[in-house]
Design a protein around this ligand. Structure first.
Ligand SMILES: Cc1ncc(COP(=O)(O)O)c(C=O)c1O
Length: 349
């Protein structure tokens, strides 16, 4: 007999990407931004007083909500703060799904979604993308209480046009959560769907475009009714004083953010071009990573050999993606080290 609920006992749990202790490695496995956050974030952190952390934080992170609302052109009431985008996903699955209210999503996608379904003990309806990663038509009629579409998608890096997601929002009977964790690196976004549909939630993360993965801050944008409902399931103080200050300073420094994103896009092109020269198939990415197919089906072999040289990329043994590697966009120097290591691996045969 187990102390745990049967579904928890049976599940393996989400496996986060490896976080090596050694700082002298080339870490291209968890899509962190290769460049640091704005110095204004550091200044905000230095200004935190012991008195501020003696007290509980703002329950709803109002300072951040106000700053973000001005930048995004929505009301503060349309924003919910989260302890990372993952916290918002957790809230949504808890709020909308149960044994009779399924979660649906196209696959392959973020491997946290099925784990959240298992925790909540709700059915997970997985509908595969076609070979070009177009939105599966069947998603609209899946009967799910919550449909999550990661856009741009992880791990594929592909983007579904806003018009198609508007149609899905219109046709689905449940809520559509568009996971825009990587949208800062994309050419478009679906924010306006949160303004025009009463069943759309947009997820944003401060971990990628704003270089705050270690801080844990994300947020959702939706109509007031959905936000109020989600507030009921969040932890009372789900974002802390330090994170609110850091995230607020980061989102307010838009010139720094835009420049940082531009640098990542330039490095993404460099990485794509260099991998292509080595015979990798690298579809155009709208994120800060590429999903690359190495020549001669050697993904696992290359992953292991890179690891031996302290170069970390991401590999999944799932049948639909086991021939590919997900490689985060790094600095020029990191990309060069990766490419040199790959050349060495290919020279060995
Ligand atoms: C697709 C996707 N969504 C959401 C998240 C959550 O990001 P965070 O919790 O760091 O904001 C991640 C993290 O890697 C992700 O890959």
């Amino acid at each position: 007999m187990s102390y745990f609920r049967e579904n928890i006992e049976k599940m393996a749990g989400y496996e986060p990407g490896f976080q090596p202790e050694n700082p002298n490695v080339v870490k291209l496995n968890t899509n962190e931004n290769p460049y640091p956050a704005s110095l204004k974030v550091l200044a905000a952190l230095k200004n935190i007083t012991l008195e501020q952390v003696r007290k509980y934080p703002q329950p709803m992170g109002d300072t951040f909500r106000e700053a973000a609302s001005k930048i995004l052109g929505v009301k503060s009431e349309n924003i919910i703060c989260a302890n990372g985008g993952d916290d918002l996903l957790n809230m949504a699955v808890r709020a909308f799904c149960d044994e009779n209210r399924p979660l649906a999503y196209p696959t392959p996608t973020y491997s946290l979604y099925p784990e959240l379904a298992k925790i909540q003990n709700c059915p997970a309806i997985e509908i595969p993308f076609d070979e070009e990663f177009n939105l599966p038509a069947k998603l609209a009629s899946s009967g799910a209480a919550l449909t999550i579409v990661c856009n741009p998608n992880a791990p594929t890096g592909t983007f579904i046009p806003k018009e198609e997601l508007a149609q899905l929002a219109d046709e689905t009977k449940g809520v559509l959560l568009i996971d825009e964790a990587y949208v800062d690196f994309a050419e478009d976004n679906c924010l306006e769907l949160a303004k025009s549909f009463d069943n759309v939630i947009i997820l944003r993360s401060m971990s990628k475009g704003y270089s705050l993965a270690g801080m844990r801050f994300g947020f959702g944008i939706a109509n007031e009714k959905l936000i109020k409902g989600l507030m009921k399931v969040k932890d009372s103080y789900n974002v802390d004083t330090v994170a609110i200050a850091a995230a607020t300073a980061a989102i307010q420094d838009q010139p720094y953010f835009k420049n940082n994103v531009q640098k990542v896009k330039i490095e993404r092109k460099f990485l794509t071009d260099e991998l292509t020269k080595l015979g990798f198939e690298v579809p155009a990415s709208q994120t800060n990573f590429v999903f690359a197919k190495p020549p001669k089906g050697r993904a696992i072999d290359i992953y292991n050999k890179l690891r031996e040289q302290n170069i970390y990329v991401r590999y999944w043994a799932y049948s639909d993606i086991k021939d590919k590697l997900r490689i985060s966009v790094g600095t020029t120097q990191q990309t060069q080290m990766l490419i040199n290591a790959l050349k060495g691996i290919f020279a060995e045969g």
